[in-house]
Design a protein around this ligand. Structure first.
Ligand SMILES: [Zn+2]
Length: 416
């Protein structure tokens, strides 16, 4: 298949203008965005995106999860489309670029193809996955998860927000319940361009992250049972201190993760003490261990070690103990051909690049279950994301979009 000439570039100003226009919808309180999934602001953002897609000559399909698929036709009616996308929904105090960049860069790829009069054998489909963030309706990456067969549609529709509204009802209410069967589409390839959401590219002074893997993850919820007792009058030897067991487990998780370097992380971000009173030893402590690595063997070993060590710590202290896995992804290895194509595109364009692993979950991780998939990342200032202060530069945004353009067009195959 023919590749586009190396002089071809996207329109950096047009991409940036579109990002800034989308950011006007569902503004946050500190310069970012609150455009949570299936809210009125989400509906408004979807409409703007749909208008832009129509103006670019694309036709819109919407599936029963509310995911939007805008198609630029190819020349071969039998060729499966090349998909490119991410998400327009944000965290309640989210940034202007997390997800949005990937969708609008996909649109910019099509606009540039139009400007250049490029014809490709495969269609190109720009995708806005519904509810990537999972802030309003847990879990995250819900629509791409249904698409990939990870969740059922009924499960997704029954998810409830903090006001007890369901995903299914809210999808209908905002008018974006589509008719397409979720997951019926077949993909030739899937590309997702996203800000890094971490500090590595900026620190290494690299323009492009060539994403080779998505980390695997376990969330292990521990419930420790001690004996509620007065902190002043209970002698040390007679305490059954669930809080002490917790603190030893937190320290142990740190040691286990450090023992699997490089490329493994582990920590505790959420703890519930009961009764959580300053002069009562906790009778119950519930907390979640989060461990991640792109290496399946390491992930399995970390989980086994943490569970065995936690059992020993609790036994030593006479604390009761239960553990439940409440979240899990297997590590994802992105398609080597597409990964190489991204790397080659960066080289062809003279952009600095490095291989990188996605520390967060993305729709691409689920898409990879049903199609050859990969991701491209650009730096973000200070690695800050899921924060209204999230920031990138126009040059960073357009460099990654140029790489996306070349990788997508080469995959879609130029017809001379
Ligand atoms: Zn995102």
């Amino acid at each position: 298949m023919a590749a586009p000439g190396e002089n071809m570039r996207v329109d950096a100003d047009r991409l940036w203008d579109s990002l800034m226009q989308m950011a006007q919808i569902g503004p946050g309180i500190a310069g970012g965005n609150n455009r949570q999934t299936l809210t009125d602001a989400d509906a408004e953002g979807r409409s703007l995106f749909a208008t832009w897609c129509r103006d670019a000559g694309m036709t819109m399909g919407v599936d029963a999860m509310g995911t939007m698929f805008a198609t630029r036709p190819g020349t071969d009616p039998d060729a499966l489309p090349v998909y490119v996308g991410s998400h327009l929904d944000t965290q309640p105090t989210g940034g202007k670029y997390d997800g949005v960049l990937g969708v609008l860069a996909g649109l910019e790829v099509v606009r540039t193809m139009n400007d250049l009069g490029l014809k490709t054998r495969h269609p190109v489909v720009v995708t806005n996955w519904a509810n990537e963030e999972g802030a309003r309706f847990a879990p995250a990456m819900l629509a791409s998860g249904v698409f990939a067969g990870v969740h059922t549609l009924d499960y997704a529709y029954s998810r409830r927000d903090p006001e007890d509204k369901t995903y299914g009802d809210e999808l209908k209410r905002i008018g974006w319940l589509g008719e397409e069967e979720v997951g019926a589409r077949k993909m030739h390839a899937y590309f997702e361009y996203h800000i890094e959401q971490g500090p590595i590219l900026e620190a290494e002074n690299k323009a492009i992250g060539v994403v080779t893997h998505c980390q695997g993850l376990w969330w292990l919820e521990f419930t420790l049972t001690g004996r509620e007792a007065h902190t002043g009058s209970t002698p040390m030897a007679l305490r059954v201190n669930a809080g002490l067991a917790m603190s030893r487990i937190v320290e142990m998780v740190q040691t286990v993760a450090m023992g699997e370097q490089p490329g493994a992380v582990g920590g505790v971000g959420q703890v519930f003490f009961s009764p959580n009173s300053r002069n009562v030893l906790p009778g119950k402590v519930v907390f979640t261990v989060d461990i991640r690595t792109p290496d399946q063997a390491k992930l399995d070993r970390m989980r086994a070690t943490i569970e065995a060590e936690a059992a020993r710590i609790c036994d030593d202290l006479g604390v009761g103990y239960a553990v439940e896995a409440v979240g899990h992804f297997d590590p994802i290895t992105f398609d080597p051909t597409l990964v190489a194509r991204v790397r080659t595109a960066a080289e062809k364009l003279g952009l600095s690049h490095m291989d990188i692993i996605s520390g967060a979950g993305h729709d691409a991780c689920w898409a990879a279950k049903v199609a050859p998939a990969t991701m491209i990342m650009c730096p973000c200032v200070g690695g800050l994301s899921h924060n209204e202060a999230e920031e990138i530069s126009k040059d960073w945004a357009s460099a990654g979009c140029d790489v996306l353009f070349h990788a997508v067009v080469e995959t879609a195959g130029i017809v001379e």
